[in-house]
Design a binder for this molecule. Structure first.
Ligand SMILES: Nc1nc2c(ncn2[C@@H]2O[C@H](COP(=O)(O)OP(=O)(O)OP(=O)(O)O)[C@@H](O)[C@H]2O)c(=O)[nH]1
Ligand SMILES: [Mg+2]
Length: 454
């Protein structure tokens, strides 16, 4: 299959300044030479690698567009194959016409993610790096972009390769013992083996720990705003979203439904849910809203518990505080632009607290710093730190952890070759992350999530 030359539009569908049509495969230059005409008669087949030629795309004697064409020779290309990138004018019709000419000359239309899949199959990227390409394109925040970039640069690949290598070395020793059973591994050897396995387990645990934060970076922190009516919950949503997302009035009980907005706050992604104010009410609609608020509260990663600084804390606030249980929560003391009432009834000792004004926007920076440190997201920006953001990687790490734990508890109790089974399974679990031991079906599923032309 790999001998086919594929082509697709690499830029987004729609009108733009330029469009890029990417062609990759053994016939990339030959195919394009059939339709590319340079004023000086230069051909792509003869051009040097990593050069750009000017000319026209012509099909059947008819000029389709004026273009610049990049010539990229294997193996130093994204896919590892001969690649041509045609920069044409960015209209939909002209782009489709140029692509049509390329297809008419012998290329086949690439399926989604096929360029990146070829990069993986040709060893230009491993699987975790290929997955980083999607994350990089879809990054919702600068922090998510940083982690995807590190992953694309191979920080996860290096880490996993190191752990795998160490296990492969252990397996080599075990194999020696299996081949020469008379050379029993002594107690000292067993202790060393146990230490090394424990060390690898510790590093696996650290990666799993990073996965908790990683999910928040990639998918956002589910943040539910809770509080009495009129404390300014919708106003806070609006100031965070930087737009009039929710209706704000001075009538208590304005918000009835849950309003969701994805918010970018100093590099963090928050999925913010504004909810109905919690109070006793006979109104059936408001009641439904309050039930919904409590339902969302249960699912929250983070609760912003709002109180009104001008009103001070009352019994109703304390009742809400009780509902928070063990949830990660921040006491947000709002309306600090007004004269403050002193009564906080110790709530600011029970919860980390921040003072803001949703009216002026003051204090939102402190709020984002508090969230960042609460979820240890600051640690992630360090260049050498590895953060697992991908659920598939997390599952593979869990499997590796289970196999390692099983191996560790068997050291000294079972014959070495039996121990080898758990270790081999751990090696294979690590290999799933980088792609050495992953099934074709999973590879296909991963690449099908890509967009066309990537
Ligand atoms: N001075 C001042 N007023 C505020 C502030 N935040 C909100 N308000 C006012 O407080 C009133 C209620 O604000 P909302 O944002 O609707 O409050 P809410 O908590 O969403 O209310 P419900 O939806 O009814 O539960 C409005 O009149 C806002 O203008 C603030 O920081 N300072
Ligand atoms: Mg509201």
């Amino acid at each position: 299959m790999l001998c086919e030359t594929i082509a697709a539009v690499a830029t987004p569908h729609g009108v733009g300044g330029i469009s890029v049509i990417r062609i990759s495969g053994p016939e990339a230059f030959g195919i394009c030479d059939k339709i590319f005409k340079s004023p000086k008669g230069k051909t792509l087949s003869q051009a040097k690698s990593h050069t750009i030629l000017y000319g026209h795309i012509k099909l059947g004697g008819k000029t389709i567009d004026e273009v610049l064409v990049s010539v990229l020779r294997a193996p130093h290309t994204f896919t590892g194959e001969d690649t041509v990138e045609i920069n044409c004018h960015g209209g939909i019709t002209v782009t489709n016409a140029v692509l049509g000419a390329v297809l008419a000359s012998g290329a086949v239309l690439a399926s989604p993610g096929e360029f990146t899949k070829r990069a993986f199959l040709n060893g230009r990227l491993d699987l975790s790096q290929a997955e980083a390409v999607i994350d990089l394109i879809n990054a919702p925040s600068s922090l998510a972009l940083d982690t995807a970039t590190h992953q694309l640069e191979g920080n996860i690949s290096r880490k996993i390769a190191n752990l795998r290598e160490r296990l492969i070395n252990i397996m080599a020793q075990i194999d020696v013992c299996a081949d020469y059973p008379e050379e029993e591994i002594d107690a000292l050897g067993e202790a060393q083996l146990s230490d090394e396995l424990n060390d690898i387990l510790k590093e696996t645990d650290a990666l799993l720990l990073s996965a908790e934060r990683g999910t928040f970076i990639r998918d956002g922190i589910n943040t539910v705003i809770i509080g009495q009516p009129n404390v300014g919950k919708s106003s806070l949503l609006n100031v965070l979203a930087d737009k009039e997302r929710a209706i704000v009035t001075d009538i208590a009980g304005t918000t009835r439904d849950v309003i969701e907005e994805r918010v970018n706050l100093a590099g963090l992604t928050l999925n913010v849910f504004d909810t109905a104010g919690i109070r006793d009410t006979d109104n059936p609609v408001e009641s439904l809203g309050i039930n919904k608020a409590e339902e969302y509260l249960q699912k929250a990663d983070l609760v912003l518990f709002l109180i009104d600084a001008a009103r001070g804390v009352c019994n109703e606030d304390l009742k809400i505080a009780e509902k928070l249980g063990e949830k990660k929560a921040i006491l947000v003391i709002n309306k600090t632009d007004l004269e403050a009432h002193p009564a906080l009834c110790g709530l600011d000792e029970h919860f980390p607290a921040v003072r803001i004004s949703a009216k002026t926007g003051e204090g939102t920076e402190q709020l984002s710093e508090m969230i960042s440190s609460m979820f240890s997201l600051g640690e992630i920006t360090a260049d050498d730190s590895v953060t697992i953001t991908n659920l598939r990687h997390k599952q593979a790490l869990f499997s590796a952890k289970e196999c390692l734990s099983a191996a560790i508890s068997s050291v000294g109790l079972v014959p070495f070759d039996l121990l080898g089974i758990d270790i081999t399974n751990a090696i294979s679990a690590f290999g799933e992350i980088t792609g050495q031991t992953v099934s074709e079906e999973i590879v296909d599923r991963i690449f099908s999530r890509f967009c066309l032309g990537k």
